[in-house]
Ligand binder design. Sequence first.
Ligand code: SF4
Length: 314
Amino acid sequence: MDMFEKLKILTDAAKYDASCSSSGTDRGAGGSVGSAAACGICHSWSADGRCISLLKVLYTNYCEFDCAFCINRKSNDVKRTAFTPRELADLTIDFYKRNYIEGLFLSSGVIKNADYTMELIIEAIRILRYEYGFNGYIHSKVIPGTSPELVEAIGLLADRVSVNIEMPSAESLARVAPDKSKAKILTPMRAIQSRKEQATQELALYRHAPKFAPAGQSTQMIVGASEESDLHILRLTQGLYDKYKLKRVYFSAYIPVNNDRNLPALDTKPPLLREHRLYQADWLLRFTNSVQRNCWMMNIQCSMNFSTPNATGH
Ligand code: SF4
């Protein structure tokens, strides 16, 4: 398979990940210039407020896991491919030199197991950083179940790292993503948080101490594929900000791509308005103080109690 075809498959497969800000619409007109629908380049915000373009791609869409909501799950019959570490590094640096992108957003399916896949990703980013001297922004996913040594290695190479929490509760996760577990997700999340705190202390003492994930960590949660309420999701989000010091929690409206009895039907519309409202509430969580937060969380609780129908439907 040539590089163009690999790129087409692996950028298309990456479009469902919402944890870097990106959007696209299909205007449907042929014969004109430009496309707002094609995948591959997305946008994110740097620490100084600039909007930067990122190559958004999977390392591979082969996957050993069988997450019910994912187009790349192992039980789906889709065309599969993978880069080699050098192919991905070459592609990124070529795009950078042509001024197509300023950074990389890298996610992946799972080849063999979490550690084997992370080693390939780390090697690709190592080539970029140390052989090609690429100093641009890199956001890398960390696969649930990754060992602490590899979490350490990726945190020293990437600017931002993220472990996707996927579902709002352990029960929903067990139902739709049986290969993942709360422990496999929260353990690397905790390791990132502790190592980042250690790096911050070291930097205060030694100017040249290595930086660890300087742009912090984020996560992504699918909304509308399970029955948890908005209040439950917001409480979980607040818990993630408090306990794991996440920079952002991204919400992704559930898009039906598979016919699976554990998920809403294929003709279900993605709950985009709900996603939007959660982002508004998330803004309040991040930018208001704890007294204000408790107050409006109680308001949500009261309005939910008030609007919950009783046995007669009133
Ligand atoms: S681990 Fe799950 S969500 Fe990730 S690519 Fe594999 S099937 Fe999809």
